[in-house]
Write a protein of this length. Structure first.
Length: 289
């Protein structure tokens, strides 16, 4: 993603434009991401781990070819622990293969949602989508077509989630406010109007400065606040050798607490912090005890 990051020179004063309140320990709504479903015998253990880390929501990636009974069991046990479960879908290849016979058919997850809900009373609490169109080579050569297809696919997920009376949450890069669609509207604004909640992949380990979390989220935070949209921020914990400055891997728990406290005490706090991903966050917490 770093190759696509837009210069943030115009936001270098963001830290001063978003003052923090008197800093104090804050209550944080914690969400997280799980990229695979545990084996059946491990589900209770994983849910207990989530509860012990005070996670209120988990974005659980769905493999449509997998065993649906595992997802039902996970949802049931998570709900008993007071944890929301959003089913997470996303493959960038759906975008460029849209309308072709060889695409990894986006109808598969859309149909999977309907079949799952027909089979069980253990409903998820929402639908989550993370498509990341900028990961495709065509983003460099035919960005307009990629964006149009991206919007059509997200609209399809919106229609299914609406029909099933499930909220829709989208993961977006923090710089989508700099990318317009065909109508000239920034993609982040379009997404916030479409979905019930947007999570910015705002991977930073410091709050202030021209490239800190406050600066890179300011534009979307202002828009969300003025239009009553829910906006959450994601923090990274996986090891990223090429971009170590954007992950808490190898950092201290003090550094994490400082960033979270500054963020939640700001004048425009997010609705939640998303810890990406849960296994990496677990490893971080254990290594910093």
């Amino acid at each position: 993603m770093k190759r696509f990051i837009i210069s943030l020179i115009c936001l270098t004063m963001a830290a001063t434009l978003l003052p923090t309140r008197t800093e104090a320990a804050v209550t944080v709504t914690r969400h997280t991401v799980m990229w695979s479903i545990p084996e059946a015998k491990q589900i209770s253990t994983k849910v207990t781990q989530l509860a012990n880390r005070q996670m209120k929501r988990v974005y659980l990636h769905v493999a449509v070819e997998g065993d649906r009974t595992l997802y039902r069991t996970f949802v049931e046990k998570a709900h008993l622990a007071g944890i929301e479960v959003y089913f997470l879908f996303g493959q960038p290849a759906w975008i460029t293969n849209e309308g072709t016979t060889n695409r990894p058919n986006v109808e598969d997850p859309l149909a999977w949602i309907n079949v799952y809900l027909q089979e069980t009373m253990e409903r998820p609490d929402g639908i989550s989508v993370d498509l990341e169109p900028y990961a495709l080579p065509a983003w460099e050569t035919d960005q307009a077509s990629v964006i149009a297809s991206y919007q059509r696919l997200l609209t399809a997920f919106h229609d299914v989630s609406t029909a099933q009376q499930l909220p829709l949450q989208l993961f977006l890069p923090f710089w989508f406010h700099t990318v317009p669609d065909a109508s000239g509207q920034p993609l982040s604004e379009w997404a916030m109007e479409l979905a019930d909640e947007v999570t910015l992949m705002s991977y930073r380990t410091v709050y202030g400065g021209g490239n800190g979390l406050a600066a890179i989220t300011m534009t979307d935070a202002l828009y969300a606040a003025s239009h009553q949209h829910r906006l959450s921020y994601a923090l990274e914990f996986t090891e990223l050798p090429d971009t170590p400055s954007i992950t808490f891997y190898g950092q201290t728990r003090t550094a994490l607490n400082q960033l979270v406290n500054q963020t939640m005490n700001s004048s425009l706090p997010p609705s939640a912090i998303v810890y990406h991903d849960f296994d990496a966050y677990q490893a971080f917490m254990r290594s910093t005890q």
